[in-house]
Design a protein around this ligand. Structure first.
Ligand code: ZN
Length: 136
């Protein structure tokens, strides 16, 4: 259900690992009709951002063979790499994660592709999904 008050946790974006942006973007942009959103490259990945309502789809292509996306694609093939949830208070959410014993990849937030503070959680604590947290 859509939250119209802009508060509460929601999906900010879904990161999809691709072999090549040029081959991958046409389905999302031309067939589904998602609009381009300019994003900075991050974490050794070239990123194409596409708006799907208030959420984004981020297509992630590795910039080098030793980048996290390259390793992911080599091991598992292209596909959903991570889901990013936007929360009201990132620091408070990370505190709750720590208290719950959730394994953190980023102990302290850093700046991500959208210019917002982010932190990743380990898939071993999240039912196998690499979870990124950001805030509104
Ligand atoms: Zn992300």
């Amino acid at each position: 259900m859509q939250n119209t008050s802009q508060s509460g946790t929601r999906i900010a974006h879904i990161g999809i690992a691709v072999r090549g942006l040029d081959d991958s973007v046409s389905f999302y942009r031309d067939v589904l009709g998602l609009a381009d959103v300019p994003l900075d490259d991050a974490d050794g990945a070239k990123i194409v951002g596409l708006a799907a309502g208030t959420s984004l789809v981020e297509l992630l292509e590795a910039e080098s063979p030793d980048s996290p996306i390259a390793k992911f694609v080599a091991k598992r093939g292209p596909g959903i790499h991570h889901v990013c949830f936007s929360v009201d208070d990132l620091d408070a959410t990370l505190d709750r994660c720590r208290a719950a014993g959730v394994r953190l990849i980023d102990e302290t937030p850093r700046v991500g592709a959208e210019g917002k503070r982010i932190a990743f959680l380990h898939p071993s604590s999240t039912s196998g999904v690499l979870v990124e947290l950001t805030e509104h």
